[in-house]
Design a protein around this ligand. Structure first.
Ligand SMILES: [Zn+2]
Ligand SMILES: [Zn+2]
Length: 344
């Protein structure tokens, strides 16, 4: 089969011919026939080989792709459409043995440290599969993983009802956060980005018009036009650019909260005195509990029309290089790759 792989610890990805995953009687894994898989910001980092993703070096060669929907081929979910949690727990540590898989610290990542879904077939643990309601399209279902990341960011932020919210970073995570914050009753949602026309276009179609392009004006000036200079109650960082934290704190009210979701490839030098004096809270947000996955699918059903514009491009897997070029060049919102019969 064709598979998009990291084959060397250096920049670049290769679409190569590899054997389909082997299955044997001893495994509780199931084979999933991939319907669609999204290109994530972290896939771009793996492609570029930025330091924060060098941890996958031990697993090379590896097929990437971790945001996907497909059809389970065997087991209790045979024939069902499923989305798959990419984080695979070890099953044997103290937390896993006690049934608390959310506490596992020995994880592997589908599409990072074990083969992923930019291929027609992927082998995954049965317990990672979550059935998809029939009413949800493949395109939307492929957004489940990033939506769970956005859900976790909202949880970490606390109550957003009546709050003024800034989302820094208009990518998939930021788009999801904006949509969920509005749904949860935020008084105002402003989204900032840097030269992000395609992702701003998706946000406009999702009904957001308070958008600030910091390539054209300063952040303070741009957001001021929407807020009248009032500070934000909550700022979500979804840029992966460390310096945006400094900017976020400058726009945050006393006792306000900054939620950091980006994976940052560099450290940040930060003057903590204003943070202390203003009692501002800086909080990290990463992986949601497993129990969020069915909730995310239900939410997507409710928010179908709002979330649909997030996917801007659907390309065959054979055009993976074009898809990555669109994503790297910020010419797309979310790009999905679909394997075709000829790829098998
Ligand atoms: Zn992702
Ligand atoms: Zn474990």
């Amino acid at each position: 089969m064709q598979a998009l792989r990291k084959t060397r610890p250096a920049s670049g990805l290769e679409l190569v011919d590899v054997p389909a995953p082997a299955m044997d009687a001893s495994t509780t894994d199931v084979l999933v026939k991939v319907s669609a898989a999204g290109i994530c910001g972290s896939d771009l980092h793996v492609d570029d080989w930025t330091p924060s993703y060098a941890f996958i070096a031990q697993s090379i060669p590896v097929t990437i792709g971790h945001e996907f929907v497909g059809v389970a081929q065997a087991g209790p979910l045979a024939g069902r459409r499923v989305v798959v949690r990419p984080s695979v727990t070890c099953g044997v540590c103290a937390a896993c043995s006690a049934g608390h898989h959310d506490g596992c610290e020995r994880r592997r990542g589908i599409g990072m440290t074990r083969d992923g879904a930019f291929a027609p077939w992927v082998r995954v643990p049965l317990r990672n599969c979550v059935p998809v309601p029939d009413s949800l399209s493949d395109e939307l279902a492929a957004l489940t993983e990033p939506l769970t990341i956005s859900m976790q960011a909202l949880r970490i932020a606390g109550d957003v009802l009546g709050r003024r919210v800034l989302v820094m970073g208009p990518g998939t995570i930021g788009q999801g956060i904006a949509a969920l914050a509005r749904r949860a009753g935020a008084a105002q949602v402003v989204v900032s980005g840097f030269d992000d026309a395609a992702r701003f276009d998706a946000l406009r179609r999702m009904g957001f018009d308070a958008l600030v392009d910091v390539a054209k004006q300063s952040l303070a000036e741009g957001v001021g036009a929407h807020t009248g200079g009032e500070p934000f109650d909550i700022v979500f960082e979804a840029t992966g650019v460390p310096e945006t934290i400094t900017e976020a704190l400058a726009l945050l009210r006393r006792n306000g909260v900054v939620v950091v979701t980006g994976i940052h490839s560099r450290p940040l030098a930060l003057d903590l005195t204003p943070l202390v004096r203003n009692q501002q809270q800086l909080r990290g947000s990463f992986r949601p509990p497993e129990s969020d996955w069915p909730l995310a699918l239900a939410l997507m059903g409710e928010m179908d029309a709002v979330l649909r514009p997030m996917v801007s491009h659907v390309l065959p897997l054979s055009l993976a290089a074009e898809g990555f070029a669109l994503a790297h060049g910020k010419l797309a919102s979310k790009v999905l790759l679909k394997p075709e019969p000829g790829d098998e």
